[in-house]
Ligand binder design. Sequence first.
Ligand code: HEC
Length: 128
Amino acid sequence: MIVRIVVSLPVLALFAGTAYAQVAGDAAAGEKVFKQCQVCHTAEPGKNKIGPSLYGVVGRKSGSAEGFNYSPAMKTANIVWTPENLDKYLTDPKAMVPGNKMAFPGLKNPQDRQNVIAYLAQLPKEKK
Ligand code: HEC
């Protein structure tokens, strides 16, 4: 019994960390939030519009979607789009990357941000 508790605590802590990073949001709800992004972004690989394709953006380096003409600010921002960084960017895009050309005020609702990040995170798995 004691042994089991000692073993399971770190496992639980690890799981909680992973859960926060990856599935705090609801991807189905996030797909609806993504409608606000679709004026400028697609979720299709390689399809850029006014903004770069967001397919595979989670874990990607900022300014690296192929064939998209980024602003100098985004090109040199040197951010990896982890869920945490996406959350920060989407809260206030101009504050996190000053001078970037995404004309979007941000998502003020934390749950909307988590949901859209969850949606973006599961895209590559969905399409495989
Ligand atoms: C009015 C158009 C517009 C809307 C709406 C918009 N974006 Fe963007 N987004 C852009 C543009 C343009 C860029 C490129 C910025 C640059 O190069 O400075 C960008 C860049 C990004 C990046 C960085 C991508 C990279 O490859 O580095 C992310 C992430 C992003 N947008 C997420 C979102 C999400 C999520 C939404 C919806 C909640 C959204 N955007 C809504 C225009 C938009």
